[in-house]
Design a binder for this molecule. Structure first.
Ligand code: PLP
Length: 407
C-alpha cells in the first residue's frame, strides 16, 4: 500500500522563529563537519560561560533530597509570594499570590496568556521589531498580529499616535517589550503613560514583557508598566532566564494586576490553562525567592568594567568605526541591532548577508527581518560573548560587508 507522508498543521504556515531556524540548522551542519563557529543568535547566558548566581544554585541544592510532587498549577506558594511582594514593592495595585502564574519560562506564559484571551480574528498590537515568539503565539492562537513601528530614527521607540490609529474593534491587547529585544530600547515613563491612556480609552489588555527588567546600561533606568496602570488589566512578565542568567531552569512568571471587576474571567482562564499543563518545573521555582530577595548580581556585569558593559562598548566602537553600520545604542537587554547604511550598500539583503557571514566567516547572527520588520538592512547580535571575541566578530562582519559593496 502506498504510504502517505505526515503533513504538518496548516496553522503553522505563517509561524516563524528564525532565531533557531534555517541558519542555525546550517550552523550545526558546519559544526558537524568540524567548523569552529561563533554563534551569536541566542541570548543564552549559559552558552557563554555564565552560571546562575551561587545563591540560586544553593537554594536548589538544599532541597534536592525532598520528594518531587507536582505543585499548584499556578506555581509554588513561596515563589508566588516572592513575585507578588516584588510587584507590591514596585507599587502595583491589587496583586497577591493568586494573581501570580509561574511558568516554564516566560515563553510558556506568553502562549498561555494569548490562548486565554484570543478568539479567531482578534488583533494584538505588537512592536516591530518584535521578539518573534509574540507573533508566533498570536498566530497559533488564532489571532492576528498588527505591528506598530519602533523605528531606528526614533531610537526604536513607538509612536503612540500610530498605535492608536491602528486600533480596530478587533484589537484586544497591546504588547510592550521593555527593555526591548532585539533593539535594547528602554521606554521612558512619559511614553508608557501615554500607552496606558490608549489602553484605557480602547479597553485593551496591556501585556508587558519585562524579562530584561534589570539589564540596563549607562544612565538608563527601567520603568515597570504595572505601577502606572492602576485599575486597568495588565499582565507583566518576568523570570530567571536573563537577569539571573538561569535560562536552563525554565522559570518565568506572569503577574495580573488591575481592578477585579475589570478582569472578568481572564484570571480563571489563565488558571485553567495552567492546570492543563499541570505545573511549571518545581526545582527551578525553588530558586525564585532567593533570586528576588538575594543580592543583586547583574549590576556588576552592566557597569563599566563588567562583562556585558565592555562587550556592548566593543559593539558601539566597532559600529562607530564602520563606514557601513549605524547603531542606536542599546540602553538595556542583551542585544545590539545595528543597521546597514543602504546608501553605501544598495541592494543589501540581511538574509544573504547572514548566510555569507556564516559560510565565509563562521559567525552566526540573526537577520533583522526575522523580527517582523518591513526592512532588510539590520541584524541582531547578542552581547553575551567576551569583548575581545566581539571585536573579532565585528572584524569579520566588516570583511563581509566589504564584499557586499558595489565594485
Ligand atoms: N521574552 C523576551 C523578550 C525574550 O527575549 C525571551 C527570550 O529570549 C523570552 C521572553 C523567553 O524567555 P524564557 O522562556 O527563557 O523565560
Amino acid at each position: 500500500m502506498p504510504h502517505r507522508s505526515i503533513q504538518r498543521s496548516q496553522r503553522l504556515s505563517e509561524v516563524r522563529y528564525e532565531i533557531r531556524g534555517e541558519l542555525a540548522r546550517r550552523a550545526r551542519e558546519l559544526e558537524s563537519q568540524g567548523r569552529k563557529l561563533i554563534k551569536l543568535n541566542i541570548g543564552n547566558p549559559g552558552a557563554f560561560g555564565f552560571r546562575a548566581p551561587e545563591h540560586l544554585q544553593a537554594a536548589i541544592n538544599a532541597r534536592l533530597e525532598q520528594s518531587d510532587p507536582y505543585c499548584h498549577q499556578q506555581g509554588l506558594e513561596e515563589s508566588r509570594l516572592a513575585v507578588a511582594a516584588l510587584h507590591i514593592r514596585r507599587g502595583v495595585c491589587e496583586v497577591n499570590p493568586q494573581r501570580v502564574f509561574m511558568g516554564n519560562g516566560v515563553s510558556e506564559l506568553i502562549d498561555i496568556a494569548l490562548r486565554a484571551l484570543l478568539n479567531p480574528g482578534d488583533e494584538v498590537l505588537l512592536p516591530s521589531p518584535d521578539y518573534p515568539l509574540w507573533s508566533a503565539a498570536t498566530i497559533l492562537n488564532s489571532g492576528t498580529p498588527v505591528y506598530y513601528d519602533c523605528r531606528p530614527e526614533n531610537d526604536f521607540l513607538p509612536d503612540p499616535e500610530q498605535i492608536e490609529a491602528s486600533i480596530t474593534p478587533h484589537t484586544r491587547a497591546l504588547v510592550i517589550i521593555n527593555p526591548n529585544n532585539p533593539t535594547g530600547a528602554s521606554y521612558p515613563r512619559a511614553l508608557l503613560e501615554q500607552l496606558v491612556r490608549i489602553a484605557e480609552r480602547h479597553q485593551l489588555l496591556l501585556m508587558a514583557d519585562e524579562i530584561y527588567d534589570g539589564i540596563l546600561y549607562d544612565e538608563a533606568s527601567f520603568q515597570p508598566l504595572a505601577p502606572l496602570t492602576g485599575e486597568l488589566p495588565c499582565l507583566s512578565f518576568g523570570g530567571l532566564s536573563k537577569v539571573h542568567r538561569a535560562c536552563g531552569y525554565r522559570v518565568g512568571w506572569a503577574v495580573l494586576s488591575g481592578e477585579a471587576t475589570r478582569l472578568g474571567d481572564y484570571q480563571h482562564a489563565l488558571d485553567l490553562l495552567g492546570a492543563l499543563r499541570l505545573c511549571a518545573n518545581v526545582p527551578g521555582q525553588w530558586a525564585v525567592p532567593a533570586a528576588i530577595n538575594g543580592p543583586n548580581t547583574i549590576d556588576a556585569l552592566t557597569q563599566p568594567g563588567g562583562r556585558l558593559y565592555e562587550t556592548r562598548r566593543a559593539v558601539i566602537e566597532a559600529c562607530a568605526h564602520s563606514p557601513f553600520l549605524d547603531l542606536v545604542m542599546p540602553a538595556g537587554a542583551l542585544y545590539a541591532f545595528p543597521g546597514v547604511d543602504s546608501s553605501r550598500l544598495p541592494g543589501f539583503d540581511d538574509h544573504h548577508f547572514a548566510l555569507d557571514l556564516l559560510e565565509q566567516e563562521g559567525v552566526l547572527i540573526v537577520p533583522g527581518s526575522s523580527f517582523n520588520v518591513p526592512y532588510r538592512n539590520h541584524f541582531r547580535v547578542t552581547l553575551l560573548p567576551e569583548a575581545e571575541q566581539m571585536r573579532e566578530v565585528f572584524h569579520r562582519i566588516e570583511r563581509a560587508l566589504q564584499r557586499c559593496a558595489p565594485a
